[in-house]
Design a protein around this ligand. Sequence first.
Ligand SMILES: [Zn+2]
Length: 144
Amino acid sequence: MQKEGFYCPLCSARVSSDDNSVVKLKGKLKSDKFSVIVNIDIPATPGKYGGAFPEGVFLEEGAEVEFICPHCKQSLTIEDNPSHSALFMVNEDGKKKIMAFNRTYGKHSSFVFSVDTKKLLASYGEDQNKYVEKFNKDINYFGF
Ligand SMILES: [Zn+2]
């Protein structure tokens, strides 16, 4: 049984902190003339928002973050629904689900899906209604 926490859907590495309180990812911030990759910690509870950025990094509402796995360095953006990134979420009981979360700073939506059926199990955040329809279609999550 996999330990409770979050995992990269591409390389299966665990991306949760040891105490399961945060998910430790990398984020690419891009402008026309530069891009930078920073550490971003996000709350490990679906429906809780507010990423922690390194000192000196400030994002304005509407800024897009390309979340990247800190282990395999691959993008976690869902190709079929690029407004969101996705991770595997393993609950206490060992059940594995998919968690999708909004990539735009200030937008609050996250969705939890069954790995087997791809059906929506739960949704969170005040912006969820704008995105839920896109998730009600057959989405390919990184080939699974
Ligand atoms: Zn990975």
